[in-house]
Ligand binder design. Structure first.
Ligand code: BGC
Length: 274
């Protein structure tokens, strides 16, 4: 067995697997989003991907069977035979998908374990909310958080706002959906997602004011020790984090676009079923 990074393969060529799927050091995660389904092998000691991630455009309509077939294609691309973690932009609780953001509404009410079990021959699956996966990964592997003593709230600022609340000790409080909390007249994600900034053509300053108000509301409810902010807009964090006026420190995510994959693999390794 070797942990060497495999040579990048052309998109339609199966990658020759270079790690042992039975070695608990390695896991596999797939992150399902409205525009892409991305997966890869994860080194759970470092939180890094082994080789490249592989991305397929999300099928439209993004129905359960179409998405599950895409997930199976990604797993097969790597020849992976171990446990698989899968994220959805959904509340996944009690073995049922309860919401569907940017994927087909046919997901609502489905049993994701039955669904993915039909498409994959994996020895074990974990299916969880995308922001929850990102939060697990950022808190464990992001170098920001080593000295944080208290609750950490991870927010993914994108089309919507995803949230993960991670308790001291690394345990997740799943499915918190803080983006849908009403702050003033509107849901948080209508005011403080990066989409809200874009569609309203707000300056960083104006948007940072909106986000500060949302963060202040979360502070009042949860008294976190730290906010971690992810999503594409976190790459430009230097433009807007200094403009925030809430009191809890805010740091940009470190793993960025691999966090969902890494967190999914962590959940599968921990046999998590939120
Ligand atoms: C959904 C969440 C999801 C987030 C990011 C929100 O609109 O309600 O479940 O985590 O978007 O995809």
């Amino acid at each position: 067995m070797s942990a060497d990074h495999p040579a990048p393969a052309a998109d339609d060529q199966p990658i020759v697997i270079t790690v042992d799927a039975d070695d608990p050091r390695y896991g596999f995660g797939v992150d399902v989003g409205g525009s892409g389904v991305k997966g890869g092998i994860v080194d759970l000691e470092t939180g890094e991907l082994v080789g490249d991630r592989f991305k397929i455009t999300t099928p439209q309509p993004a129905t359960p069977d179409a998405v599950a077939a895409t997930v199976a294609q990604i797993v097969a691309h790597f020849g992976w035979t171990g446990r698989v973690g899968i994220t959805l932009p959904s509340v996944v609780a009690g073995g049922v998908v309860r919401t569907a953001a940017n994927i087909d509404k046919a997901w609502i009410g489905t049993d994701p374990y039955e669904l993915f079990g039909r498409h994959l021959s994996s020895p074990g699956l974990s299916v969880l909310n995308d922001a929850d996966a990102a939060g697990l990964a950022e808190v464990r592997y992001g170098s920001n958080d080593d000295d944080v003593d208290g609750v950490i709230i991870m927010l993914t600022l994108g089309t919507g706002i995803g949230s993960a609340i991670v308790l001291p000790g690394g345990q997740l409080l799943p499915n918190t959906e803080l983006g849908h909390l009403r702050v003033g007249d509107d849901e948080a994600e209508a005011q403080a997602s990066s989409r809200a900034k874009e569609v309203n053509d707000w300056s960083y300053k104006h948007w940072a004011g909106k986000l500060s108000r949302v963060l202040a509301e979360y502070e009042m409810l949860f008294s976190p020790a730290l906010f971690i902010v992810g999503g594409g807009i976190s790459r430009k964090a230097d433009k807007w984090v200094p403009l925030l006026t809430n009191s809890t420190p805010v740091v940009p995510a470190i793993l960025r676009n691999t966090a969902g994959i890494v967190g999914a693999a962590m959940a599968a390794e921990a046999r998590m079923r939120p």
